[in-house]
Design a protein. Structure first.
Length: 305
């Protein structure tokens, strides 16, 4: 590796015709370059420059090495330009993970806008109801609807979404009264997720209460849960937009509402977020701002530098 660097330096010295001019380009003293070329000659056991007090010229082997140094420098400059281009213009493949109800009921418009704005990006959206391993599975970002623990991942919270307690009118017509969250123990429950026992948290002002429920049916697909509720299977805890799309009735027993969840984007690292990811996050933030009917709170966000 040292030889490669010194061959690039040799090419610069030959092209500039003197150590002084090459040193000026590189921002180092001429004596530094002279020592590096001398060390290169010792390691290779050949002479690469013929020097006099007034001039220098390459030997035959020195010119051949310098030619390879020019190629290496050109490749390095091309690599730097590639990085610069990606920092200025989003391009490449953006692979994101999203939870199923968010993908099917919410994210179509912002994703379409992203594709329209950035034609040099290819997009891969994986919609499934599990927490993916961003690094090992090769994702650039993941949208999460949950309270997120501290980790080495980058977390950009954009707002919050509050689920709703909802049921279909056929169930409400025959069900017992629901005056407080505790009355849910007397009701049929359709669970979103895979757990046979679930904890639902409700809040009213500064008061919070937790209810342990055992659903009679569970599914990790929010749209299916909504359909079951619409058919009279019981109460479900669902995203508002999913419940409304299924024609469900939203209920707040005793003024209690389900606890809100963070709407956040998680990236493999908190630093050096690629441009294609950064602009996607910025676009999502604009979408959150434009839809106060969906997002309960919005987190102020400055555009990343």
């Amino acid at each position: 590796m040292q030889d490669l660097v010194d061959i690039v330096v040799l090419a610069r010295v030959i092209d500039r015709g003197s150590f002084a001019r090459a040193a000026g380009d590189l921002g180092v003293p001429p004596s530094t370059l002279s020592r590096r070329i001398a060390a290169l000659e010792r390691r290779l056991g050949v002479r690469v420059l013929e020097r006099t007090t007034r001039s220098l010229r390459p030997t035959e082997i020195g010119e051949m090495l310098a030619d390879r140094g020019r190629r290496a420098r050109a490749e390095l400059e091309a690599a730097h330009q590639l990085v610069a281009d990606h920092q200025v213009t989003p391009r490449g493949v953006l692979r994101i993970s999203v939870p199923t109800p968010t993908a099917t009921d919410l994210l179509g418009p912002p994703i379409s806008e992203y594709l329209r704005r950035y034609p040099e990006v290819k997009l891969e959206v994986v919609a499934e109801d599990r927490v993916v391993d961003l690094v090992n599975e090769g994702f650039d970002a993941s949208i999460r609807l949950a309270a997120l623990p501290d980790s080495s991942l980058g977390t950009i919270r954009l707002g919050s979404i509050r689920p709703v307690l909802a049921a279909g009118q056929p169930y409400l017509d025959r069900a017992p009264a629901l005056r407080t969250p505790n009355d849910l123990h007397q009701h049929a429950i359709v669970g979103f997720g895979s757990k046979r026992k679930q904890t639902w948290t409700f809040v009213r002002g500064h008061t919070a209460t937790e209810i342990q429920v055992t659903p009679r049916a569970v599914s990790n697909n929010a749209s299916l849960v909504a359909q079951l509720c619409a058919g009279g299977a019981g109460f479900g805890l669902l995203p508002r937009f999913t419940a409304l799309a299924a024609g469900l009735v939203i209920v707040e027993p005793g003024g209690f509402r389900p606890q809100a969840h963070d709407f956040a984007v998680v990236t493999p690292s908190a630093r050096a977020i690629p441009t294609k990811v950064r602009v996607f996050i910025d676009l999502l933030h604009g979408f959150v701002l434009a839809h106060p009917d969906v997002f309960e709170t919005v987190v102020p966000r400055k555009r990343a530098a």
